[in-house]
Design a binder for this molecule. Structure first.
Ligand code: AMP
Length: 568
């Protein structure tokens, strides 16, 4: 394998990529960089996102660009605002030692004025979405008549998003002698016709198998009754405490529902779908990118352009109807040499479908069993022990408290102490998964399929199998949460203060940011509603209602703990 130096890049760029931690060129870079450096003819590259294609086109362009000339020399077209910003950031990284190089992102959905000002100041590279580029061309604020390179990134996505006419217009505005570099994960007919109409005798390169999912991706599937999908998802998440993944759902509603349930159950999750405003979407994507969220529940459309490289898991909450969609989803993990897992939660009638996808992907999918309570508890326990082993200890800060703590715990020996520390976290998993049912569908006969269909119907009515261990508690929604300074202790205090509620058992309490859930003995449901509603809490009127049934809270980051009155 050749190094970045050996494939013809100069010291400034080599140093910049080395700063980014790139050790050697990826396959697409090995192929594309020397070609673009040495040739003027066009290039069609079949490559998935995650193969390193941004550097494959940017580095040779940067090597050849005239940095003393401020006019636009390279135009990069890409389908979404997110990708546009990502490419810009990447190019800024690659050109960090080229002080005079300016790259300007232009995209829709935001004020055009600033972008016009940026263009006026000048820059050698413009990265933009087709609609905004057309707008700027019409206003004569962007001149692409002298560009030397036109890059079409994720060309198939641009076509499937309806940018065909825009692309035609833009292509016809560029000079004949430009070099066109087209990158696409798939090669539908329309791409071939763009290549035919606008490109001159392009060289074609491809990395990996055309249209194939990455080899760093392990494909797994679980077979459960349709009604157990959500519980299976929860168990998969519990089995992977360090998960950083996207759960793909079919509809906006399903996306919302799954994300809401995960959040209510204490997981570090959020939703990304088309009903959110651009600002809300940006916020969610931003949180996910910096890993403040572990699980993003998304529709395919909304997740487009979210370019995150180190996902550990992609979870297909349902198998998509279109196999290409599966391939696209799974291609979001296992990027840049890292390993990833693509999971499909299927029900027994979908086994045939799994086989279809397997054939298309060209890899065997592994049937995995939904973990049972014991396995999950074991996993969580060892995860906890690992955390204890690896936690950073701030000796200076903790020092002043230690002597008091040592004294307080003096009566415990080492074994007791370890048992207690571990139990603080672990008990909730133990109690939650005690008696948890097996969710796997094992037999695939006609009866089973009939049950599945019944399961589908039950699923629509909303129910819960894992609830068997919940005892006789009713769950309530409360209009106050963390933001109102509510804590579990305070909530218990409020309940205790009501004479009608003196003797009731309190179950799990989940304090969320804006609201909370808690359980009390079902017998006292009415008393509770009657006694608490309208009570004043630090200036706000309390509003309580019976919550829709949900599994209880066991997720990471969850606050649920079983609290009994006698503890206080
Ligand atoms: P891309 O396909 O351009 O979206 O790149 C996928 C990811 O791979 C990005 O996070 C890049 O920073 C990273 N990457 C690109 N080229 C290399 C390389 N030669 N070595 C290591 N990482 C790379």
């Amino acid at each position: 394998m050749n190094t970045f130096e050996e494939i013809g890049l100069g010291p400034e760029i080599v140093k910049a990529v080395s700063d980014l931690g790139y050790e050697n060129p990826t396959e697409i870079q090995q192929k594309a960089i020397p070609y673009v450096l040495s040739s003027q003819t066009d290039l069609v590259a079949l490559a998935q996102t995650g193969t390193g294609k941004t550097a494959a086109f940017s580095l040779p362009v940067l090597e050849k660009i005239d940095i003393d000339e401020k006019s636009v020399q390279c135009l990069v077209l890409c389908p979404t605002r997110e990708l546009c910003l990502q490419i810009t950031k990447d190019i800024e990284g690659f050109s960090k030692y080229m002080k005079k190089l300016d790259v300007i992102p232009v995209y829709g959905g935001t004020s055009i004025d600033k972008q016009i000002r940026d263009l006026k100041r000048g820059g050698q590279i413009v990265v933009g979405t087709p609609g905004r580029i057309i707008d700027l061309l019409k206003r004569k604020k962007l001149n692409i008549q002298n560009i030397r390179w036109l890059v079409l990134d994720e060309a198939d996505e641009m076509l499937s998003m309806g940018f065909k006419d825009d692309l035609d217009t833009i292509l016809s505005e560029t000079p004949e002698e430009r070099q066109t570099l087209l990158f696409s994960a798939t090669m539908p007919r329309e791409i071939a016709s763009i290549a035919e109409n606008y490109m001159h005798d392009p060289m074609e390169i491809s990395v990996g198998k055309k249209n194939n999912a990455s080899n760093n991706v392990k494909h797994e599937y679980y077979v459960v009754h349709a009604r157990d999908r959500y519980n299976a998802l929860k168990r998969i998440a519990d089995m992977n405490p360090d998960i950083y993944g996207i759960v793909f759902c079919r509809t906006r509603k399903e996306t919302k529902d799954v994300a809401d349930q995960l959040m209510q159950d204490g997981y570090n999750a959020d939703a990304l779908h088309g009903d959110l405003s651009q600002a809300q979407r940006d916020q969610v994507m931003g949180k996910f990118r910096v890993k403040h969220l572990q699980i993003l529940v998304a529709t395919d459309v909304a997740a487009r352009g979210l370019d995150v490289n180190d996902l550990t898991h992609v979870i297909n909450y349902n198998l998509p109807d279109d196999i290409e969609v599966y391939i696209h989803r799974s291609g979001r993990t296992g990027r840049a040499g890292k390993n990833g897992v693509s999971i499909a939660i299927a029900h027994s009638r979908e086994i045939g479908r799994v086989r279809d996808v397997e054939r298309k992907v060209g890899q065997k999918f592994e049937r995995k069993m939904v973990p049972g309570g014991k396995e999950i508890c074991e996993k969580q326990l060892f995860n906890l022990v690992d955390k204890v082993e690896n936690v950073e200890v701030n000796d200076d800060q903790i020092e002043e408290y230690l002597s008091v703590i040592y004294k307080k715990l003096e009566w415990l020996n080492r074994e007791d102490l370890i048992k207690r520390f571990v139990s603080v976290e672990f008990n909730r998993f133990l109690s939650y998964y005690e008696d948890a049912p097996d969710l796997n569908v094992t037999v695939r006969d006609r009866n089973d399929r009939r049950n599945d269909r019944r399961g589908d119907r039950n699923d629509r009515n909303g129910r819960d199998r894992d609830r068997g261990n919940r005892g006789n508690f009713a769950r309530f929604f409360l209009n106050l949460g963390n933001k109102d300074n509510l804590t579990a202790g305070k909530l218990i205090g409020i309940i205790n203060e009501q004479p009608a509620l003196r003797k009731i058992d309190i179950g799990k309490i989940d304090i969320m940011n804006n609201f909370s859930f808690f359980e009390v003995d079902k017998k006292h449901e009415r008393d509770l509603l009657g006694a608490l509603n309208g009570v004043d809490y630090e200036g706000s009127a309390i509003s309580v209602e019976v919550a829709r049934s949900k599994e209880s809270n066991t997720g990471f980051g969850g606050r649920a703990k079983r609290r009994k009155r006698r503890m206080y």
